[in-house]
Write a protein that binds this ligand. Sequence first.
Ligand code: ATP
Ligand code: MG
Length: 183
Amino acid sequence: MNSEIKHTKKVPARRLFFAIWPDAALSRRLDELAGAVKKQAGGRVQKRENIHLTLRFIGAVDAETEQCLVEAAATIRAEKMQLNLDTLGFWPRPRVAWIAPGQPPAALAELAAKLEALCVACGIEAESRAFAPHITLLRKVRAVQRMPEFSPLIWPVDEFVLALSETLQEGVRYTVLQRWSLV
Ligand code: ATP
Ligand code: MG
């Protein structure tokens, strides 16, 4: 009889995404803006500590794939950039209100494209949808008659992150796992 029994410890898959994350000062301003949008549009504000811009949603992956992503991310060379967050918008189907750079710099799409290639190299299925950079401010928004007046926010971006998404009883929690500098 085969005495070699494989004790493969089954580590649960983790739900991951690449993102850029605002610092505390910018998160605070985005949170204030979300509050102003809520007054006009209703909905539920994104928790301040959860505010981010997704570069590449990955989904649930095993530890080996996560390791591949982390190693590959360290080899990425992509440019620093500034985002001018000047556009508020609403998508009725996901019922999400967001802010975005109306004219994103090429560096943002280039970074997203590098992360897309990296994900595919680590065995993740290619993303079929176009990259639509946005920061979700509110969910469960039913309709938007008008948006508040606001001053555009400048976001100097000098790093990207790998984040973990967990659904807890009290709601979704995002945790930044690793950060890499842009050059
Ligand atoms: P929930 O799905 O529980 O409502 P969530 O959408 O906030 O919570 P995740 O689904 O883990 O959390 O998503 C993490 C980030 O990735 C969010 O910014 C989300 O908008 C984005 N995201 C999720 N799914 C996709 C997808 N299929 N394509 C692109 N981005 C996605
Ligand atoms: Mg989701």
